[in-house]
Every structure is written in structure tokens, then in C-alpha cells.
Design a protein around this ligand. Structure first.
Ligand code: UD1
Length: 429
């Protein structure tokens, strides 16, 4: 399977953004912490979510699909606190099941998380948080084991500001006895979303969205119906698609406040960005200007939007500097862009991107999820036909990516073999 595309069309129109994948992963884990039924809405239909749902089924959660984006979970008959299958090993967010099962059953065993190869991705802060709740943790035979005879609220000071550990400490803390304080917590919208979901189940989590989160443990959680926030990164990707194709795209079903870092940069680069209550319109201009960015935890510029910015800078006027401060291995897409004529020099965690490039079509390989999406944007901005292979990464996090792009006027198709690719080439000329 690969994406094949012919660049050059300005993308024009409206695109509806799906629910946030990374919030959904935490919310699904939170959803198993009660024996009562939980309904989750606005769930994105992407591979990581389906892997998570399979993992839940494996341990005895009854998962009922009520619609394409709506599921009902019943976790009254979980028969195992051990989560291990080949798929969960390849994703990152299986770690949320550690926090959820530890909170509910005081014991959890989950395969060490994988995920995109974008640098070292330790889980020490997750384990430190569990230990602060008086759980014992160890890693053995490729599994992370957490166990607490008495799960007790504690004080955690996070060494780094990080989403995963923040959510993963909130999860067990809501059912621990006593109070927990998390300091230096991550402020990402998905942390707030998971906290809101837990509060709707009867938890007492205060301060999510600030750097101090206070949790008062409760005896039990109850049923809820909860709708997941829109995906900030999917929205940002389409906003950049408008910019690099000099198009005019309105992203709908977004929370403009969550998009501020991205909107500000696109404005700085010369695009017109118009905010409405729950949508944002991006009008690309013939001239795009370079800028510098440094990736930072929210509300800074998200690391998950860094490759898309890298693509935009190759065609902007001037030179742009990207400093990646979250992951050390997130410039793998640079070699792919070089095949299209781009010139980017990487020194450690800094990339210097020369602009004014007329990108030309090439055969590309997606190195990871967000970089893969960025390469598709490059293909849509380039002259001629490009292909992007290894799109299983992209399918992990973008729902109907090619279909949404086609509706905006992109010449792109997901093809299964060389024959289909050839047909596309003949069609587009
Ligand atoms: C999550 C997102 C991912 C996003 C990233 C940063 C999910 C499933 N994935 O990944 O899409 O790119 O946030 O916004 O939500 N760190 C430690 N110790 C830990 C945990 C993290 O040192 O215990 C470091 C990491 O090495 C990295 C940084 O903290 O430098 C960010 O980690 P974290 O926010 O946890 O990222 P992920 O959960 O891997």
C-alpha cells in the first residue's frame, strides 16, 4: 500500500477534523476504570485506536460499536490485568492501561511500549509517579509490572513536562486513597480531556491544564457519556496543507484556542488565518516567509507539527531554523525531502532549512506517523507525481487522510499495487 499523488492543486474547501487520537487513548483507558457502562463519542477511526480496543477486548472488556465514532465499553468482567499482544507492543499508549488497571485492580502488567522511532522514549517518569502512589514497579520479560497492596495518594514532581506520565499518574490516583499532587504537569488539551472524562465518572481532579494537578481519591467511578476533543495535530496538518499548496481551507470541529501556536506561526509566515467559534480558515498566499520554531510542551509549538513545518520552510522565502527539544530523532524526513530537491542541514537537534525550493515529485518512505503526513504535504506541494510508502504509520493517526485531501481537490490515492499506481499515473498524465 502506498499513497500516490500529483502535486500542484491548491487545496480548497472544508474538512471536518476527527477526535483527538492521543486524548482518545487515555480516555479509553479511563473508561475501563468502572464496572458500569461508558459511552465514548467522537472516537477517531484510526489504527492505534482499533489496536487499543482489541487490547481491551483481550482482557475481557465488552466493546460495542454504536457507530463509526461511538463505542460503549463495559468493564465489569475484566478477567486479566495482563496486556500483551504483538500490536500493543508496537504502540506507545498501551502504557495508559498500566495506570488504569493499577488504579482499579491494584495490579497491572503491560508490554513495554513501542511507538514511532523518533528517539529514546523512556517511561521512567510514569514509574516514578506510580511509586509515589506506593506501588512497586519493575520491568521483567519485556513487561512492565506495577503492584500496590495499598494505593495511596502522593506527591509527584515530574522531572520533565510530559503528557504520558501526567495522564498515567492521574489515572490510578483517582482511585487511590487520599490526595495526590502532580507538579510540573503537562498542560496539553488531552490531559484536560482525560481529566474531564474522569470527573464525569465521579473522579475529583482539579487543575488539569495548569502545571499543578490535585486529585482527591474516590471510592469508585461510575458510568458516563463523553465526547472526545478534536485532534489538534490533524487540524494543524490540514492548516499546513492549505499553506503549502497556496489553498484556502477551513478546518471544522476544532477548538481554536488549542491551535494558537500553529495559527500564530502560519500568520507570521504570511498566511491569513481567520478564527471562528469552532473552525479556522487558512488562506495560503503566493509568498510564504520563513520563520524559526522551537518545539515545546503545550502551549508551545507541538513536536508533532515539526515535520509539517519543515516542509513549509523548504518552499518559503529565506532560511528557517527548527529546534527540536522534545525528541532527538525527529528529522528522519529530511533525507526524504532531499530527494525532492530540498536542502536541510541537521546538526544535533537543530535543522537549518533553506527555502525557495521548487519541490519535485519523488518516491518517498514515511519514517514515522507525523513525518509521513508531512511527506504527503510535500508531495501535494511538489511538481509532478510522488509516492509515499510505509503508510501504515500514517494510518495509525489520520482518519481517511487521502479521502479528506481529495475532497479538498488533491490528486491523491491510496493504491494497493503497482498496477493501481500505474493507472493513477496514466490518469493524471
Ligand atoms: C506523546 C504522544 C506523541 C507526542 C508526544 C509529545 C501519545 C500516545 N503520544 O508521546 O504523539 O509526540 O507525546 O507531545 O500521546 N520522557 C521521559 N520519561 C518518561 C516519559 C517521557 O524522559 O517517562 C521524555 C521523552 O523521552 C520525550 C518527552 O519526555 O523527550 C516527551 O514524552 P511524552 O510526552 O511522554 O511523549 P510520549 O508519551 O512518548
Amino acid at each position: 500500500m502506498q499513497y500516490i499523488m500529483k502535486g500542484g492543486n491548491p487545496l480548497v474547501g472544508e474538512v471536518v477534523i476527527s477526535g483527538a487520537k492521543n486524548a482518545a487513548l487515555g480516555i479509553l483507558a479511563a473508561g475501563i476504570m468502572t464496572d458500569e457502562s461508558v459511552i465514548i463519542d467522537n472516537l477517531p477511526d484510526v489504527r492505534d485506536i482499533n489496536v487499543m480496543l482489541d487490547a481491551l477486548r483481550d482482557i475481557g472488556v465488552v466493546v460495542e460499536r454504536l457507530g463509526k465514532h461511538r463505542v460503549k465499553l463495559n468493564s465489569g468482567n475484566i478477567h486479566s490485568v495482563r496486556v500483551d499482544n504483538e500490536y500493543i507492543r508496537r504502540m506507545r499508549a498501551g502504557y495508559y492501561l498500566l495506570g488504569a488497571l493499577l488504579g482499579k485492580y491494584r495490579h497491572a502488567e503491560v508490554a513495554l511500549p513501542g511507538g514511532c522511532d523518533i528517539g529514546s522514549r523512556p517511561i521512567d517518569q510514569h514509574l516514578k509517579g506510580f511509586r509515589a502512589l506506593r506501588a512497586n514497579t519493575q520491568v521483567e520479560y519485556g513487561m512492565v509490572v506495577a503492584d500496590a497492596s495499598e494505593l495511596t495518594g502522593g506527591h509527584v514532581y515530574m522531572d520533565i513536562v510530559s503528557v504520558g506520565p501526567t495522564i498515567n499518574v492521574i489515572l490510578p490516583a483517582v482511585l487511590a486513597s487520599g490526595n495526590t499532587i502532580i507538579e510540573n504537569a503537562a498542560k496539553e488539551p488531552h490531559v484536560v480531556d482525560v481529566a474531564n472524562m474522569l470527573n464525569s465518572m465521579g473522579a475529583n481532579v482539579k487543575g488539569a491544564g495548569t502545571d499543578v494537578i490535585r486529585i482527591r481519591g474516590v471510592e469508585r467511578l461510575h458510568s458516563t457519556e463523553y465526547s472526545i476533543i478534536p485532534d489538534q495535530i490533524e487540524a494543524g496538518t490540514f492548516m499546513f496543507a492549505a499553506a503549502v499548496t497556496r489553498g484556502d481551507v477551513t478546518v471544522r470541529n476544532v477548538i481554536p484556542k488549542h491551535m494558537e501556536a500553529i495559527s500564530a506561526k502560519l500568520t507570521e509566515m504570511g498566511c491569513e488565518v481567520v478564527e471562528f467559534d469552532d473552525s479556522i480558515r487558512v488562506l495560503g498566499k503566493p509568498r510564504l516567509y520563513s520563520c524559526n520554531i522551537k518545539t515545546l510542551p503545550y502551549p508551545g509549538f507541538p513536536t508533532d507539527m515539526q515535520p509539517q513545518m519543515g516542509v513549509a520552510l523548504t518552499i518559503a522565502e529565506g532560511t528557517g531554523i527548527i529546534t527540536e527539544s522534545i525528541f532527538e530523532n525527529r528529522f528522519k524526513y529530511v533525507d526524504e525531502l532531499a530527494k525532492m530537491g530540498a536542502f536541510i542541514k541537521v546538526e544535533g537537534n537543530v535543522a537549518v532549512v533553506s527555502g525557495n525550493t521548487r519541490l519535485t515529485g519523488a518516491n518517498l518512505v514515511a519514517p514515522d506517523l507525523r513525518a509521513g503526513a508531512a511527506l504527503v504535504l510535500a508531495g501535494l506541494a511538489a511538481d509532478g507525481v510522488s509516492t509515499v510508502d510505509d503508510i501504515q504509520y500514517i494510518l495509525r493517526g489520520y482518519e481517511n487522510f487521502d479521502r479528506k485531501l481529495r475532497r479538498l481537490g488533491a490528486e491523491i490515492e491510496l493504491v494497493k499495487d503497482g498496477r493501481e499506481a500505474q493507472k493513477f499515473r496514466l490518469r493524471v498524465g
